[in-house]
Ligand binder design. Structure first.
Ligand SMILES: [Zn+2]
Length: 276
């Protein structure tokens, strides 16, 4: 049930215990009454340096310092968090889907996946993940693709590309900087014949993923507004973004020991060019 429209252009959303979160999204874009919300905690022990709530349908960005760990909480479950990464100092170097997937030789993002840049360098590493697999193939929604897929009546429904562009504008970036992205908590199975689907999610309220910055990284997220397919369970819900400076003891912090065997270290690294 929709809430009552107010005069304010800033919507406020109830939180579990500590006040409200502001958004430029008008009131009315709220999650369904009775939605189960679990705001979660950081997946990695450490000193909290940032803890923000992202309203449904809204963008977010922050610079995560090298060594710090960002936990993204899927507060309401099955909420796609579209995500782009940039070298914070040289944003021409940015997240690359083909470098990431070809290097690890697997189509899915899981614990241990190194999220690589257009230069092949590690931007971030997935250090913990509470769903089976994360997507980086399905792409981002936008008003143009929505109109093609679902009809002219949805052309004024903003999508993730519009969120990315709005957030990019605050960071001195623009349309040329919007590239293929990650979709945290979105389920895009690769079928036996290679076909892709965008189907009901595997996540649930409070499920989390944690990524460690391997350099100072600008992280941009669109809390996906899509209402025309099941990627958000037809009920966009908030996200929580928690950045910690992890405990120096890797075991206690839950961060994999870089010296230990890992999926990355047991593979023979190869460049995307080798894959052809
Ligand atoms: Zn979207």
């Amino acid at each position: 049930m929709a809430t009552t429209q107010t005069e304010s252009t800033l919507a406020t959303y109830p939180t579990a215990s500590d006040g409200t979160v502001a958004s430029t999204v008008p009131v009315g874009a709220v999650y369904a009454e009775g939605s189960t919300l679990d705001w979660g905690t950081s997946l990695v022990e450490g000193t909290v340096v940032r803890d923000e709530k992202v309203a449904p349908n809204a963008p977010w960005s922050a610079v995560v310092k090298e060594g710090h760990v960002l936990t993204i909480v899927d507060v309401g479950g099955n909420q796609s968090a579209d995500c782009l990464l940039y070298n914070a100092d040289e944003p021409e170097e940015r997240y690359s889907v083909p470098d990431t997937l070809a290097w690890q030789g697997n189509a899915y993002v899981r614990t241990g996946t190194v999220l690589r840049s257009s230069e092949g360098r590690p931007l971030m590493t997935v250090v913990a993940n509470e769903i089976d697999r994360q997507d980086t193939i399905g792409g981002a929604c936008g008003k143009e693709s929505n109109t093609l897929r679902y009809g002219h009546h949805v052309m004024f429904h903003h999508g993730c590309r519009e969120n990315f562009l709005a957030e990019a504008g605050r960071r001195g970036l623009g349309v040329r900087d919007i590239v293929s992205n990650l979709n945290w908590f979105m389920n895009v199975p690769v079928e036996a014949d290679g076909a892709l689907g965008i189907v009901d999610g595997m996540s649930a309220p409070g499920r989390r993923v944690a990524v460690r910055a391997e350099m100072d990284v600008l992280v941009m997220v669109s809390n996906c507004p899509q209402m025309n397919n099941p990627c958000n369970d037809f009920n966009p819900t908030p996200l929580r973004m928690i950045v910690v400076d992890p405990d120096p003891d890797p075991a206690r912090a839950g961060v994999p020991d870089p010296e230990a065997d890992s999926p990355q270290s047991t593979q023979t690294p190869h460049t995307p060019g080798d894959a052809a």
